[in-house]
Design a protein around this ligand. Structure first.
Ligand code: C5P
Length: 322
């Protein structure tokens, strides 16, 4: 064999014991939404930040594809073919010509339909866990390609940290950050449908007379002040720069979220915003003590179902070794 020829890939070696992947939630510190494209999506300048709430997806050998879910929100997770983790397992199996015989068990801690990419996290986790279980050893670029086919936010669930998403959010550029930021999340009762929130955003734009098409809306651009604040780790500067173009739409569909945002601000949050398409609200705090104070104020306000305190950025999907 000539020295320049690439080495043979290692043989596929499926494992027989269960494999677990741990995947973070996200908050969008900037979500700039362009006009409606002919394909039904919107171009974005989407700055994702991964935070320390995680789902765990365990893949175990089975005769056929099967899903089980545990956690407070488990009953809200679809168990049929639409489940994103199941779709991820099937997509990987199809590419490698294998049967998707796998039992996927999801230990769910990320709010369901909350605007924190919980479904995306499960898809990225299932992909990583099945890749290890089946020994498919898919290159990173291929995993990212499968993620992008399955959903706009899923590549970020794999990558984690902080990243700018362009296109419909799937074209990622990792960003530098100067430290951890402290976050409080107010989880609402019930979820919001992402397509419905985008539709409401378009409707509000039409109603205001600006128009909603790509020709009517300026191209979304990342905020220089926001990128600087992330790089320097300056929470006060980040608070001044966060923005979410989907927030008016989420508030229009769920007006009570205004009370939640106000309660967090009253309790000392540096910034209060809807997370992605909502209805989870995100609050940036100066430090860990301030975050606890914001959480206490939110819990006492009675404007949300649950309050979670965490920090980020954190790494993306990882295999958990027992
Ligand atoms: O990519 P994903 O499956 O998460 O998108 C769900 C829906 O959200 C899309 O069908 C579309 O209605 C909306 N969406 C959008 N623009 C994006 C991402 C999502 O309009 N950039």
């Amino acid at each position: 064999m000539a020295a320049s020829e690439p080495p043979e890939p290692p043989p596929r070696s499926p494992v027989s014991r269960p494999v677990t992947a741990r995947v973070p939630a996200k908050v969008n510190v900037q979500l700039a939404v362009g006009g409606l494209r002919p394909d039904g999506f919107h171009d974005l300048a989407n700055v994702f930040l991964a935070v320390g709430l995680h789902d765990e997806v365990t893949a175990a050998p089975a005769d056929a594809l099967r899903i089980t879910v545990e956690g407070a929100d488990a009953a809200q997770v679809p168990l049929d073919r639409t489940n994103l983790a199941a779709r991820a397992a099937r997509a990987l199996a199809e590419r490698y010509g294998i049967e998707p015989g796998v039992h996927l068990h999801i230990a769910k801690d990320i709010p369901v339909a909350g605007g924190m990419a919980g479904g995306s996290a499960d898809a990225a986790g299932a992909l990583l866990a099945c890749d290890a279980l089946w020994g498919t050893q898919a290159p990173r670029a291929e995993l990212l390609e499968i993620c992008a086919e399955l959903g706009s936010d899923i590549p970020f669930s794999l990558v984690g940290g902080v990243a700018l998403g362009r296109g419909r959010g799937e074209l990622l550029t990792p960003l530098e950050t100067g430290g951890a930021f402290h976050w409080v999340f107010a989880v609402a009762d019930g979820g919001l449908s992402t397509p419905a929130v985008y539709r409401e955003c378009d409707r509000l734009r039409e109603a205001s007379g600006t128009g909603a098409s790509a020709a009517d809306v300026p191209d979304p651009e990342p905020s220089r002040a926001l990128l600087d604040a992330l790089r320097t780790g300056d929470a006060t500067a980040l608070a001044a720069a966060v923005s979410n173009d989907l927030q008016p739409a989420a508030l229009s569909l769920r007006p009570a979220l205004a009370d939640t945002l106000r309660a967090g601000a009253d309790a000392g949050a540096l910034a209060s915003l809807v997370s992605g398409s909502g209805p989870t609200c995100a609050f940036l705090a100066k430090g860990p003590e301030a975050a606890q104070a914001v959480a206490t104020g939110l819990a006492a306000s009675g404007t949300c179902r649950t309050v979670r305190v965490t920090s980020g950025p954190v790494p993306g999907a990882r295999l958990v070794h027992a």
